[in-house]
Structures are given as C-alpha cells and as structure tokens.
Ligand binder design. Structure first.
Ligand code: SAM
Length: 269
C-alpha cells in the first residue's frame, strides 16, 4: 500500500461506529470556538513553539495559514508586519479569527483547502498547524500548499493522532477499541512519496496548559468528544476525577508533556 493510501486508511479506522454517532447529542468532531480562543490567548503567554522560528527563516513576506482556526499561529506573523492569508473551513472559527485580526494585514478565506486554493495567490511560506490529522486526502492538500509556497512549507502536528489520548475513555465508556496511527513518520512518507522531497523533522514537547472554567465546561468538552449523553456525565466525572486538579479556581487535567513535531521543506518556487 502506498503512503497516501496508508494515511487515509489509518484515519478511516478512527471513524466512529454508526450506532454510536447516531446517539450523539452534539457533533463529536466539532471545535468549540471559545476553547480555541482560550488556547490562542494561552499561546500568547507561552514560549513560542519551534515552528515559529522555522517559519521566520522564510520571512518577511507573505504567509498562508491553512486551517488557521482562531489565529493562534498566523496572528503572530501578521503582528510582525507580514501579509497573511488565513484559510479556515469552519465559519465560526473564521469569524473569531477575523475579529481578532482587526487592523492587521490578514485576509480570511472561508472554505476547505485545497478546494479554495484558486482564491489564494503565491506566498513565501505555506504553513498549517494541527490540521493534517483532519485530512484524509493528504497528498492533494500538501501538493496545493507546495505549489503556492515560493520558499517553504511548514507543518506542526502532534506526534500521534490527537485523539489517541481519548482511547482509554472510549474503552471504559463504550467498550470501543481505538487505533493509534497515523503519526509523524506516516506524514513524512506521504511528503516523500508525493512531492519528491525529504522534509526536515524537529521533535519537541509542550506542557498542557489548557484550563476549564468548571466541571460543566470540562464535561461538555470531553462528553462531546466521547459521544457521551449528558445523563452519563457523572460516570465521566468519576473516571476523570483522578486526573483533574483545581488551581486558582480553575480546572486542568494532569496531562504529561505532549509530544509534538515540526516538519518542513523548502520549495524551489
Ligand atoms: C485543531 S484546529 C488548529 C487551529 C490552528 N491552526 C492552531 O494551530 O491553533 C484545526 C482547524 O483546521 C480547520 N480545518 C480542518 N481541515 C481543514 C481544511 N481542509 N481546510 C480548511 N480548514 C480546515 C478546522 O476547522 C479547525 O479550525
């Protein structure tokens, strides 16, 4: 099986069973905008990820951010005087990003990459953070970024599929086994196979800094991801009790450092 096919089939294995999905009170795959805005605000106070240093090597200039979310990554470069094009398929995320980008040189394109690629001009760097595990057809997604980038493509991702941490809860709550691929090495194989380049990979870790206002917010987030009806949230609370700590009136999970990677290559655009 080729690398792109292997990537797709590993992602397909994550699909939730039909009967479980049918019971979902909310879309388990959707992103709560408020938590992503919080994530962006937290990121502004953390040491910058190594990915930013890699992106800056190819600036000043124009940056494309694919799957920009609420702008955690691209707003940093816009504030430094670069021109940013942010592509985001979720209209609520895009709206929150446009609000945060007010007064900066940021063009927000609402739509799915690579479908909207013809609405985007050439850039110096094409970047995408924490998106590739959402992308089944990875080869055309990466190839379209490669074509737009005059200097480099830069990706940031967790070393393993971001839902891997949920596996024990799926087992405890639904008796459902979860896969554990794909991972960074699978991504690198897709790049090599389809673009004919050998990307650089830098592995690093980041502490988990996310916090929740109260148990209701935490259970709403985890309950949605775990397709758990509200009537079973007490069960989830008992399962999480050991892992959740209270600090300064806020809750956070005792998650160990998260393994991350930055993957990049130069283009000859
Ligand atoms: C986990 S968030 C990451 C947001 C931001 N890049 C960051 O690192 O903070 C993933 C975002 O990518 C968006 N997304 C996923 N696939 C996409 C695609 N093919 N085209 C555009 N946006 C996409 C989702 O809507 C979501 O807002």
């Amino acid at each position: 099986m080729n690398a792109a096919r292997r990537w797709a089939s590993q992602l397909e294995a994550w699909a939730l069973p039909e009967d479980l999905l049918a019971s979902a009170e909310e879309d388990p795959y959707s992103w709560p905008v408020e938590l992503w805005e919080r994530r962006r605000e937290l990121a502004e106070r953390e040491p910058p990820p190594p990915t930013f240093e890699v992106i800056r090597r190819y600036l000043p200039g124009r940056v494309l951010d694919v799957g920009a979310g609420t702008g955690r990554s691209c707003l940093v470069f816009a504030r430094e005087g670069n021109r940013v094009v942010a592509v985001e398929k979720n209209p609520q995320m895009a709206q929150a990003l446009a609000r945060a980008a007010d007064g900066l040189d940021v063009e927000v394109v609402v739509g799915s990459w690579p479908d909207v690629a013809d609405r985007v001009g050439e850039v110096d760097v094409a970047a995408s953070s924490h998106v590739v595990y959402d992308v089944r057809d990875l080869a055309p997604f990466l190839a379209a970024m490669h074509r737009k980038a005059q200097r480099a493509v830069v990706l940031e991702l967790t070393e393993r599929h971001p839902w891997s941490d949920l596996a024990p809860y799926y087992m405890a709550l639904h008796g459902l086994e979860r896969p554990d691929g794909p991972d960074v090495d699978d991504l690198v194989a897709v790049v090599r196979e389809n673009l004919g380049v050998d990307p650089e990979v830098r592995r690093w870790t980041r502490p988990s800094v996310m916090w929740y206002r109260d148990w209701d917010e935490l259970l709403a987030y985890m309950g949605r991801r775990l397709v758990l009806p509200r009537r079973r949230w007490d069960e989830l609370r008992r399962l999480l009790a050991e892992e959740v700590i209270e600090e300064d009136g806020r809750l956070r999970t005792r998650k160990p450092e998260q393994a991350m990677a930055t993957v990049w290559w130069e283009t000859d655009g």
